[in-house]
Design a protein around this ligand. Structure first.
Ligand SMILES: [Zn+2]
Ligand SMILES: [Zn+2]
Length: 219
């Protein structure tokens, strides 16, 4: 492509020449393929039903799974993905997810909607892009089922308790939800956002909400 000649491609993580995301950085991403908490997907020493992170909490999603640990490299990759909205990065993220996770047992994919006030991000909402790429890989339809209330405070910099309060009632469904839904987001940090989105889907009739994210914060 002509553009490649004008702007030589650089790896979004290490800055190396040649590829948007180089093989070395790809190999260094930590896939979450070991034992995890059955419920929230936190890596654990051995398989458990609930873990320290999620036990005692009422969470509306059935399971949450992520492909990679949200470490420095994953942060850079997701950062570039969000800021530049490169379609190729959505494809790369989806391929990694597809390589690590089995297709969840549900027939409809949906995604966490971007904040309506952030026009730039809405133009390339990574969650939506990832859902559409996964829909292609898993041959599942992608349906926009959720809307976000405008004007909510951002999650960054808040404590865990504040995050949960901040997102309560943040989402509502645009219509009836199918019984089983895969809910896609780019990153699982505290789980508060996907839990709030899952609550809205449950209120709209979903019985099972399977959360899939590209990356997950590991405490
Ligand atoms: Zn690299
Ligand atoms: Zn857990």
């Amino acid at each position: 492509m002509l553009l490649d000649l004008v702007f030589p491609r650089r790896c979004v993580v290490c800055g190396g020449d040649g590829e948007t995301f180089c093989r070395t950085c790809d190999g260094a991403l930590r896939r979450l393929q070991g034992p995890v908490c059955e419920r929230c997907g936190a890596p654990t020493a051995w398989p458990v039903d609930r873990c320290r992170e999620c036990s005692g909490r009422r969470i509306a999603f059935t399971h949450a799974r992520a492909a990679v640990e949200y470490d420095e490299s994953a942060k850079r990759l997701v950062g570039a993905w969000k800021e530049r909205g490169q379609r190729s990065l959505s494809r790369i993220a989806a391929e990694i997810v597809d390589g690590v996770l089995a297709r969840p047992d549900a027939y409809t994919l949906t995604f966490v909607p971007a904040d309506d006030n952030r026009f730039l991000e809405r133009a390339h909402n990574p969650a939506e892009r990832l859902a559409s790429e996964l829909g292609r890989s898993w041959q599942l339809p992608v349906v926009a089922l959720l809307r976000r209330k405008p004007g909510a405070a951002r999650q960054r910099g808040l404590t865990l308790a504040e995050r949960r309060r901040n997102v309560r009632g943040l989402f509502h469904a645009t219509g009836p939800a199918p019984r089983a839904v895969v809910l896609v987001d780019d990153v699982y940090t505290s789980g508060a956002t996907v839990a709030a989105a899952a609550t809205a889907l449950r209120k709209a009739g979903a019985r099972r909400v399977e959360v899939v994210t590209f990356a997950r914060a590991v405490r």
